[in-house]
Design a protein around this ligand. Structure first.
Ligand code: C2E
Ligand code: MG
Ligand code: MG
Length: 737
């Protein structure tokens, strides 16, 4: 039985996204190649493949050439080739070679690639839909467009049945969800075969209601038995029925897509992916439509200041929150309220008030990074989101800066001099609240506290003891059992050489598989483990597990990869740390030279007894020391002078702003230069884009770690990576022998 997927893409980020989709779907053998030549090397001596997915360049002749090359590879013989068009492609689907089984734009990789893969190859070329005339024809034309883009077709046969590729439907509808006033609008699209029936009331369409509640309905040929209450099924004599909720990015239901046949569906395995693919497209269309509609109704940008308004801010905050949950990042929400603005308006008039708001906007924007968000929330209220914060102190500094710049005298056009002040309230994610609404509420409460305390100051939201207890206690008590219950595991993220891009090391990163919450980021639970002292036994487990794994890989692949292990402040203060590390090395057989302990720069040397002694002892033992999150603490230079560090890890918050914030670029450049002068090597963390890579290469950063190359991988995936690399090198050596 053949198995394996080949991904071919010049652009590394597309290669990675394609890989991630298949990897997350549990595919075992995914080969990633830059081009057809590279693919040929990877596939040498392998079983034939299931699938080839290729990003086929951006002009027709290039695409044709690449497709021919891929077809010529023996291993791909008779295999389906799917094409992905990258965002910049000017290529029209019609210009793609005819033997490509399907295509999709790069923006839809995450939502539709799997559905497209599982869909059977279309036997016939898409038929051209009849020119749109009535509503039904318009609906059909829309459907045809949607299906043609995934290589399928939608037409009607002589009896007016809808044909999706080979599949015939007697009913097809898309309903948007409208909650306002409880009333539905008309369906977005409704097609049926036969004469128009007297449609049943919506409340009696049980299946529609269930799908709008988020349920997936898949009935092959017994729909009427399974949903006897539904009024639509007997009316249209449907026996096969599929209902799919249309979900937005947040998995909120936007509508329903329904499909039914009289004959029943032959095989769900074929029908389901095709319809799911259609549902994804409709959901996207609906989401876009809804956003536009809201945008038009209210306007997303504030006309006076040009800032996002409350609506757009809400949307941004939600997406920032989702990203933070995924990556375990912290951010802060600031509520900034102008003091005595009403008095200014009343005394000097609205034109003066407008000038004040515009000037405050300018000053606020100048106080935050380009990647932060500033919005006009209401009248004289502004909101700010500060992202990717490492420690609360950074936020305090920004709040201070805002107070200062706003306090500088402001001269109106008519020469009037005004002195302004603001009151600022701050709340933190995830410490203060898990959702956007509560975060804003807390920041607002803190702002009122600042006003009560005399204005022109800032306050941090104070969590009530009850809330803290409820919120933290549950996690803390579960965490106590996580180690014993086997809920902890390690993932490994490769570090690569900047020039060869070959793997030179890896960092072990801890994950907690919470039985209800799913994977919890260490950024959330490590602080809890520190508070309770649990980090000491957990840290020991991490050391032993990672060293054992590294030793095993060293033996199996003959590769001396450096292993980075994070140590927390509490571990670093333990007098018995060197003994613990020594034991872990002895028990597992790992060479001390391969172990590198990472110490985050936010630990104060003064406040951590034993820190310097411990690190010196570890260094004498032969272990490496890396300073993690470099640049975020106040004592970078102190660290370099006092600690025996071999390597510096430039924090991701700076790397992320390469190409965005010149100040952060300067910090990265200066850090690399300084480290090299002191004979330390430099690793950049959080390398996500080609632009980051180009900059770091130009400035001679030694090693790189980040999503651009690889996400942290579970053990099996990491092994796959190593064996693929081995095969590639083996073949290259054979070729030159
Ligand atoms: P860190 O040591 O600075 O680890 C790097 C973090 O950056 C990891 O987050 C990694 O998944 C993430 N990362 C890597 N590349 C990229 C990228 O391109 N973009 C973005 N946005 N993120 C990237 P993770 O695994 O969530 O770990 C967070 C922090 O938790 C670590 O920061 C470390 O301080 C701590 N931690 C992780 N494992 C352990 C452990 O075993 N013991 C202790 N004490 N702390 C740990
Ligand atoms: Mg680290
Ligand atoms: Mg770091």
């Amino acid at each position: 039985m053949s198995e394996g997927i080949l991904v071919v893409a010049q652009r590394r980020d597309l290669r990675r996204r394609l890989f991630d989709v298949f990897d997350q779907a549990g595919c075992r053998h995914i080969h990633c190649a830059r081009d057809a030549q590279h693919a040929a090397i990877l596939l040498e001596g392998r079983q034939p493949l299931d699938l080839v997915v290729a990003v086929l360049g951006d002009d027709a002749s290039q695409a044709r050439h690449c497709a021919e090359q891929l077809h010529a590879l023996k291993a791909c013989d008779g295999v389906r080739l799917l094409a992905v068009l990258d965002e910049e492609a000017i290529l029209q689907p019609a210009q793609l070679p005819g033997d490509i089984a399907g295509w999709l734009p790069a923006a839809q990789i995450e939502t539709e690639l799997l559905a497209l893969w599982k869909q059977p190859s279309p036997a016939v070329a898409p038929a051209t839909p009849a020119p749109p005339a009535g509503a039904a024809e318009k609906a059909l034309a829309l459907l045809a467009r949607i299906f043609a883009s995934s290589g399928g077709s939608a037409t009607r046969d002589a009896t007016a049945r809808l044909l999706f590729d080979e599949m015939a439907l007697d009913y097809f509808a898309v309903w948007p969800l409208r909650k306002d006033g409880g009333e539905f609008h008309v369906p977005l699209l409704q097609l049926w075969s036969g004469a128009e029936p007297a449609w049943p009331a919506l409340e009696s369409q049980e299946l529609l209601q269930r799908v709008l509640d988020g349920e997936v309905v898949l009935y092959g040929d017994d729909a009427q038995q399974r949903a006897p209450e539904d009024a639509l099924l007997p009316l249209l004599e449907l026996s096969g029925f599929v209902g799919l909720p249309l979900l937005d990015e947040r998995r909120v239901v936007l509508g329903a897509m329904l499909a039914g046949t009289r004959r029943g569906f032959d095989g769900m395995a074929i029908v389901e992916p095709l319809l799911r693919c259609a549902a994804a497209r409709f959901a996207q269309g609906l989401e876009l439509g809804l956003t536009r509609e809201q945008g038009r109704a209210e306007g997303l940008i504030d006309a006076l200041t040009g800032l996002p308004n409350r609506l757009l801010f809400g949307d941004r905050l939600e997406s920032i929150l989702r990203e933070a949950v995924r990556n375990g990042e912290c951010f802060a929400v600031l509520f900034v309220d102008l003091d005595h603005f009403k008095a200014i308006n009343d005394t000097y008039g609205h034109a003066a008030g407008d000038q004040v708001l515009q000037e405050v906007t300018r000053r606020l924007r100048g106080s935050v990074r380009a990647s932060d968000t500033v919005a006009r929330y209401a009248g004289d209220e502004f909101t700010v989101v500060l992202r990717h914060i490492v420690k609360n102190d950074d936020v305090h500094k920004v709040a201070e800066k805002i107070l200062q710049v706003v306090a500088e005298p402001l001269v109106l056009e008519d020469g009037t001099r005004l002195e302004l002040g603001v009151s600022i309230g701050v709340s933190f994610f995830p410490d203060d609240a898990p959702d956007a609404e509560t975060l804003l509420k807390h920041a607002d409460e803190a702002m009122y506290a600042a006003k009560r305390e005399g204005r022109n100051t800032w306050r941090i939201y104070e969590v009530s003891p009850e809330y803290a207890r409820e919120h933290g206690m549950a996690l803390r008590s579960r965490l106590r059992h996580a180690l014993g219950n086997g809920e902890l595991r390690l993932v490994y993220q490769p570090q690569v050489d900047t020039h060869s891009e070959d793997i030179v090391g890896m960092e072990a990163l801890l994950r907690w598989e919470h039985p209800e919450l799913g994977p919890v980021s260490p950024a959330v639970f490590v602080p809890l483990a520190e508070e309770t002292g649990l980090i000491v036994p957990i840290g020991e487990w991490v050391l032993r597990t990672a060293c054992r794994q590294a030793h095993e890989w060293e033996q199996r692949y003959g590769l001396r990869l450096r292993l980075g292990v994070n140590l927390s402040a509490l571990q670093l203060m333990e007098p018995k740390l060197p003994a613990t590390v020594f034991r872990a090395l002895q028990e597992t057989g790992l060479d001390p030279a391969l172990l590198e302990l990472e110490v985050t720069e936010s630990i104060s040397i003064k406040a951590a007894p034993n820190l310097v002694e411990n690190l010196q002892a570890l260094h004498r033992m032969g272990c490496g020391i890396a300073i993690d999150d470099f640049g975020t603490g106040a004592a970078s230079l102190d660290y370099l002078r006092k600690l025996p560090a071999d390597r510096i890890k430039v924090d991701q918050s700076f790397v992320r702003n390469i190409g965005v914030d010149p100040d952060d670029e300067a910090i990265v450049r200066a850090t690399i230069e300084m480290a090299h002068r002191l004979k330390r090597t430099v690793v950049a963390e959080g390398v996500e884009t080609e632009a980051h890579l180009a900059f770091l290469r130009e400035h001679a950063c030694d090693e790189l770690q980040g999503y651009l190359f690889c996400r942290p991988l579970p053990v099996v995936s990491f092994e796959r990576l190593l064996s693929e690399r081995q095969q590639l090198l083996g073949l290259a050596a054979d070729a030159t022998a």
